[in-house]
Design a protein around this ligand. Structure first.
Ligand code: THG
Length: 275
C-alpha cells in the first residue's frame, strides 16, 4: 500500500500558523514524523489561507527538503501552484502531481498539461487524477467510471505509463446530507476502474474526507479504509501518525494474501515500511 501522509496541509491550524509566521520547525517535524511512521510520500497542500499560494508551495517544499528526502505529493487544483512546486522539488526519487481534474471551466484541459509536466519532471513522476471535470464532482457510479475512462484514454494517447497514474474517485464526507450513498458508489466505481487498463492504474482516495464533521472520525476512517482495500484501493492519503490505521492497512493486506501470515505480521509490516 502506498501511503501518502496528509498532515502538511494548511487546513490544519498548526500548519496554517507555521506558514503565516514562516516557522520551519513544525513543518520539518511533521515531515520527519510521518516518514518514520511509514509514509511513502508526503502530501503538501498550502490550504486556502495563504495569499501567495505559489510562493507558499515553494517555501513548504524547500523547508521539507532541508531535513527529509521522502518524495512529495504536490497537492493543488491550481496548475500554477503545481508548476511553482515542480520548480524547486527534488523529483529524482519520485513526485506526485496531486488533485488534477480531467478539465476545468476556467483552466481548460488540466490533465493534458499535467501529463506533459510529469513527463518533464522525470521518469518517476506520477499523477493523481480526480474523477472530476468541468461539470464538477459526479454523483453516481457510471459518471465516475466514464471520467476515469477518459483519464486512462488520455494517458494512453500520450504514452504515459498507466502505472504512473493514480485515479481518485473523490470521497465526500458521509455526513453531508444525501451524500451517504456516495460511499458505496465509490467502492463500486473502484472495482470497475481497475479494469480500465492493463497494467491497471493505481487507485487512491483522500481517506479523512469521509469522516469530516463526524463524532467518530478514526473509527469511520479505519473501517472505510479496510472496505476500500477490499475493493482494490492500493494507495491513500491518510493520517499515517494514527498507528491503529496503519495496523488496519497491514491486516487488510495480510487478509488479502498480499503479505504472508505470521504471528508477528503487524511487526513485520511496520518494520518493512518504516524508515
Ligand atoms: N483527494 C486527493 N487529494 C486530497 C484529498 C482528496 N488532498 C486533500 C484532502 N483530500 C486529503 N487530506 C486531508 C487532510 C485533512 C483533512 C482531510 C483530508 C481533515 N482535516 C481537519 C478537518 O477538516 O476537520 C482539519 C482540522 C484539524 O484537525 O485541525 O479532516 O480527496 N487526491
Amino acid at each position: 500500500m502506498i501511503l501518502i501522509g496528509e498532515r502538511i496541509n494548511g487546513m490544519f491550524t498548526d500548519v496554517k500558523d507555521a506558514i503565516a509566521s514562516k516557522n520551519k520547525q513544525p513543518i520539518q517535524e511533521l515531515a520527519k514524523k510521518q516518514t518514520e511512521a511509514g509514509a511513502t510520500y508526503l502530501d503538501v497542500n498550502v490550504g486556502t489561507a495563504a495569499a501567495d499560494q505559489e510562493g507558499t508551495m515553494q517555501w513548504l517544499v524547500e523547508t521539507i527538503q532541508e531535513t527529509c528526502s521522502t518524495p512529495l505529493s504536490l497537492d493543488s487544483q491550481k496548475p500554477s501552484v503545481i508548476t511553482a512546486g515542480l520548480k524547486v522539488v527534488n523529483a529524482e526519487a519520485g513526485v506526485i502531481l496531486n488533485s488534477t481534474p480531467l478539465n476545468k471551466k476556467n483552466d481548460g484541459e488540466i490533465l493534458d498539461k499535467h501529463i506533459e509536466m510529469a513527463e518533464q519532471a522525470g521518469p518517476k513522476a506520477c499523477i493523481i487524477a480526480l474523477t472530476m471535470d468541468k461539470n464538477g464532482v459526479p454523483q453516481d457510479i457510471n459518471a465516475r467510471v466514464a471520467i476515469a475512462a477518459e483519464i486512462v484514454q488520455k494517458a494512453m494517447d500520450k504514452s504515459f505509463d498507466t502505472r504512473r497514474l493514480f485515479i481518485d474517485p473523490i470521497v465526500l464526507p458521509v455526513k453531508v446530507p444525501n451524500a451517504q450513498v456516495q460511499v458505496g458508489n465509490i467502492l463500486t466505481a473502484m472495482e470497475q476502474i481497475k479494469y480500465l487498463a492493463d497494467p491497471a492504474p493505481h487507485m487512491t482516495i483522500g481517506l479523512s474526507n469521509v469522516s469530516q464533521g463526524t463524532s467518530k472520525r478514526s473509527l469511520i476512517n479505519r473501517i472505510f479504509l479496510a472496505m476500500a482495500i477490499s475493493s482494490g484501493l492500493d494507495s491513500a492519503i491518510v493520517d499515517v501518525l494514527d498507528e491503529d490505521l496503519v495496523n488496519v492497512v497491514a491486516t487488510a493486506e495480510m487478509l488479502m494474501n498480499k503479505q504472508i501470515y505470521s504471528d508477528s505480521f503487524l511487526k513485520a509490516y511496520t518494520t518493512a515500511n518504516k524508515a
